[in-house]
Design a protein around this ligand. Sequence first.
Ligand SMILES: [Zn+2]
Length: 54
Amino acid sequence: MPVYDYVCKDCHKSFEKVLTLVEHDKKSIACPHCGSKNVEQEAAAFFAVTSKKS
Ligand SMILES: [Zn+2]
């Protein structure tokens, strides 16, 4: 499950969101601190990339 890092341009706080690709495509991410949708994605990290090669 990809984790997306965002920073809010209104309150300048960063937060993480775990989103499916469909949710990410909607681009309706709101800041959990102030509710603003004026957020910017910083980077993406992925869990379970290096383990569990079965
Ligand atoms: Zn905010």
